[in-house]
Design a protein around this ligand. Structure first.
Ligand code: NAD
Length: 353
């Protein structure tokens, strides 16, 4: 298959591109606008492969997207391009509506027109996989998990824009017969993660003995999935999912934000050495909670497990250890990002030791 991957220069998209080239025979066309969150260096391992190509552009630019479909004639789309950072969606919501809602609509229209022109065997095989988040379901109480039929109840401009995109995808399946697939996944972590997100930010701040800002009292609970496990799930859904199907993807690894940060402190102490015997846990600072901060997310992933045989390979313990070691080894990847356009204060980089 020739697969058009949108957002392939981002955290999860680059893992998908690497896996598609390294572990399958598929061809990849990576379409990415190269926003601040993109990093082409994450694609270094596959950049020279003949089955991989890159095209820079905006998914909300209709003429550009139509031209990409005309020139590349993909057999499938894996749509990951998005504005993805919740805090940024609070300071600049309209960018999220433009890319996540309008951009998804443009892609759906272009994919439908492209598919309509294919010979019938190729038309039947065409797939459009939309990658979404568990945040569309809102917040859970202490019990229960999100299933595929949990009603949508998004809290942030980010999750609301992703919910809008999800509804468009469902509508394109029902109204236009586009063979869509959708996944809603919990929080990802792992190598090549932009250091504004919780886990890489805490690893790097801990390494540099900077403050470790934790929202509220740190009791918010997230389910965590290693990014390579997510990429495998997405390929499994693309290759074997039911058209119109929706699959929750999770790591069965619930943890409070505070316990995540404490574990990171312990891992960085162990692998990078502790300063004079004092634990990096002392760097933790509680800061004013994010407005609309959902309390708990938890995923019931039994559908993708039973239908497609997917299961995560990493536990949170093994995945987090690999992630910490990766950041210790790959200063060349993250140091330019830390020194770039991001103000230290904004990212919580204040030096405290
Ligand atoms: P990311 O922010 O790391 O990467 C997003 C990529 O999309 C970047 O390379 C960026 O340049 C590109 N992009 C942004 N706007 C674009 C536009 N208008 N046109 C073309 N490209 C554009 O995001 P991520 O963490 O890799 O997430 C990928 C997808 O997975 C998103 O749709 C996100 O909602 C979803 N998701 C993420 C998580 C998570 O924990 N990170 C969990 C579940 C679902």
């Amino acid at each position: 298959m020739k697969i058009l991957v949108t957002g392939g220069a981002g955290f999860i998209g680059s893992a998908v591109c690497r896996q598609l080239i390294e572990d399958t025979d598929h061809e990849v066309v990576n379409l990415d606008k190269l926003t601040y969150a993109a990093n082409l260096r994450s694609l270094d391992p596959i950049a020279s492969d003949a089955r991989y190509s890159f095209v820079q552009g905006d998914i909300a630019d209709r003429a550009f997207v139509e031209d990409v479909f005309r020139r590349h004639r993909p057999d499938a789309v894996m749509h990951l391009a998005a504005e993805s950072h919740v805090d940024r969606s609070i300071s600049d919501p309209s960018a999220f509506v433009r890319t996540n809602v309008l951009g998804t609509a443009v892609l759906l229209e272009a994919a439908t027109a492209h598919r309509d022109q294919l010979p019938s065997s190729e038309r039947d095989a065409f797939r459009f996989l939309h990658i979404s988040t568990d945040e569309v379901y809102g917040s859970l109480g202490p019990e229960g998990k999100f299933t595929e039929t949990t009603p949508y109840d998004p809290s942030s401009p980010y999750s609301a824009s992703k919910a809008g995109a999800d509804h468009l995808v469902s509508a394109w399946f029902r109204t236009f017969g586009l063979p869509t697939l959708m996944t809603n996944c919990s929080n990802n972590y792992g190598p090549y993660h932009f250091p504004e997100k919780l886990i890489p930010l805490m690893i790097l701040n801990a390494l540099e003995y900077r403050s470790l800002p934790v929202y509220g009292d740190g009791s918010n609970i997230r389910d965590w999935l290693y990014v390579e496990d997510h990429a495998r799930a997405l390929i499994a859904v693309l290759e074997g999912g039911r058209p119109g199907g929706k699959y929750n993807v999770g790591g069965n690894a619930e943890a409070t934000n505070l316990s995540v940060v404490e574990t990171i402190c312990d891992l960085v102490d162990r692998h990078a050495g502790a300063n004079g015997g004092s634990s990096r846990r002392e760097l933790i600072r509680f800061v004013t909670d994010r407005p609309g901060h959902d309390h708990r997310y938890a995923i019931d992933a039994s559908l993708i497990e039973s239908e497609l045989g997917w299961r995560p390979r990493e536990t949170f313990v093994t995945g987090l250890e690999q992630t910490v070691r990766w950041y210790l080894d790959r200063r060349d990847w993250w140091e330019p990002l830390r020194q770039g356009v991001y103000s230290g204060e904004r990212l919580g980089l204040r030096q405290v030791k």
